[in-house]
Design a protein around this ligand. Structure first.
Ligand code: PMP
Length: 355
C-alpha cells in the first residue's frame, strides 16, 4: 500500500500530464478536420479519432463504462469474470480492461469472424468460444450463450452491450462532452452508424440537450440494416435482408441503447458499400488516415449531411477504428473482386490494393 502511494507521488513529481494505466488512457481523443472533404462540400467536416483509444476502437469507452458500472453496483468484485457476446471490438476493449483490472474475460463470438480478431482476443488473455452464426431470435445466438454462461457462475457478469445502457451513458459522459468542448458548442449536425446504438444515443443525447435541440442528430446505416426504414417510416420494423462489407454496424432491432434517443433523431440514410470502400481509399490517399469501413461509411454520411444542412455547416462524425483489423479484406484485390467492388475504387487509388 505504502509503495503504491509512493509510486503515485513519484509519478506526480516527475510528470505533468500522465494517466493511470490502460483505463486512464481511454478517451480524450483528437477531433480531426477532414480538409479535402470539407473543401469539396463547402462545409466543415470533423472526425472524432476513436481509433486512437488504447485498445484501438470506439468500443474501449463502452467496455470501460459497463465494467465500471457493474463494479459500482457491486455486481463485479475482485477476481470476478466478465462474459460478453461480441463480433470484435467490444471484446477487444473488454479483454484489455480485464487484464488491467485482473478479471477473467470470456467471449462468445459468431464463427464467421476473422481469425485476426480471434487471435488478438486470445493474445489479450480472453477465453474465446466461436459459435455458429444464427439470428438473434434463435436461443443459440452468441449473445444468449454469453448470458447463459454468466448465469451459472458466481461473481460473474454478462455485460450485455446491446441493452445495457451503461454503454450509451459512457458516451454521454465522455465522448459527447469532448465533442462539445472541441467544437466550442457549435455543431450543426452529428451523424454515425450504429451497432449497439451506444455511441449515437450517448453522443446524440448530450449534444442535443446541450444545444437545446439546435444540433441535428442523424443515423447512417449500411445495407442489410433495418434502422433507416424504421426511422423513415415513423417506427415500422421490417425483416432484415441483405448484407454489407462493413463490420460492427447495422442492426435488426431497436436495442435499449438506441431506444434512449431513437425518437429524437432528425433522420437516417443508407450508404452503399461501393461508396464506403471508395472512402476507405480516399481517406488514405488525401488525409493519410488508415481507417476501417465503418469509419469510411460515417465520413460519406457526414459529407451527405453537410450537403443537406447547407454551405458552411459544421458536421461531426466518428472514426471508429483503424483498417489494421480488416486489411486482409479491404486491401486485397481478390477480396474486392469477390465482393464485386473492384470498380468502386477509382483507377488512381487502385495502387493501394497491394494484397
Ligand atoms: N464501428 C465498429 C468498427 C464497431 O465495432 C462498432 C461496434 N460494434 C461500431 C462502429 C458501432 O458502435 P456502437 O456499438 O456504439 O453503435
Amino acid at each position: 500500500m505504502l509503495s503504491a502511494v509512493r509510486s503515485t507521488l513519484l509519478r506526480r513529481a516527475f510528470t505533468t500530464n500522465s494517466v493511470d494505466g490502460f483505463t486512464g488512457a481511454v478517451g480524450n481523443t483528437p477531433l480531426i478536420y477532414l480538409k479535402s472533404l470539407s473543401e469539396r462540400c463547402g462545409a466543415q467536416i470533423y472526425g472524432k479519432a476513436e481509433f486512437q483509444n488504447p485498445g484501438g476502437s470506439v468500443k474501449d469507452r463502452a467496455a470501460l463504462g459497463v465494467i465500471r458500472d457493474a463494479e459500482m453496483r457491486g455486481l463485479l468484485k475482485p477476481g470476478g469474470t466478465v462474459v460478453e457476446g461480441t463480433a470484435g471490438n467490444t471484446g477487444i476493449g473488454l479483454a484489455h480492461v480485464c487484464r488491467a483490472k485482473g478479471y477473467r474475460c470470456v467471449i462468445f463470438m459468431p464463427n464467421t469472424q476473422s481469425q485476426e480478431k480471434i487471435d488478438l482476443l486470445r493474445m489479450l488473455g480472453a477465453e474465446v468460444y466461436p459459435v455458429p452464426a444464427v439470428a438473434y431470435e434463435n436461443p443459440a445466438n452468441y449473445n444468449h450463450q454469453a448470458r447463459d454462461f454468466a448465469k451459472d457462475l458466481s461473481n460473474a457478469i454478462w455485460t450485455d452491450q446491446f441493452d445495457n445502457t451503461a454503454n450509451a451513458n459512457a458516451h454521454f459522459e465522455s465522448t459527447g462532452p469532448e465533442i462539445w468542448e472541441q467544437t466550442n458548442g457549435e455543431v450543426d449536425g452529428f451523424i454515425c452508424a450504429t451497432g449497439t446504438g451506444g455511441t449515437l444515443a450517448g453522443v446524440g443525447k448530450y449534444l442535443h440537450e446541450k444545444s437545446r435541440g439546435k444540433t441535428q442528430i442523424w443515423l447512417a446505416d449500411p445495407p442489410g440494416s433495418v434502422l433507416t426504414s424504421y426511422i423513415s417510416s415513423g417506427g415500422k420494423l421490417v425483416e432484415r435482408s441483405g448484407s454489407s462489407i462493413t463490420e460492427g454496424i447495422g442492426q435488426g432491432r431497436i436495442t435499449n441503447n438506441l431506444g434512449m434517443f431513437v425518437d429524437q433523431l432528425s433522420g437516417a440514410f443508407t450508404v452503399d458499400d461501393s461508396k464506403s470502400i471508395e472512402m476507405v481509399y480516399h481517406l488514405l490517399d488525401t488525409e493519410g488516415l488508415y481507417l476501417g469501413a465503418s469509419s469510411a461509411l460515417n465520413v460519406v454520411a457526414a459529407a451527405e449531411l453537410a450537403v443537406k444542412l447547407g454551405k458552411g455547416s459544421k458536421i461531426v462524425t466518428i472514426l471508429c477504428d483503424g483498417a489494421y483489423r480488416y486489411q486482409s479484406r479491404l486491401f486485397s484485390k481478390q477480396w474486392l473482386k469477390a465482393k464485386g467492388l473492384e470498380d468502386a475504387i477509382p483507377s488512381h487509388l487502385k495502387k493501394y490494393a497491394v494484397l
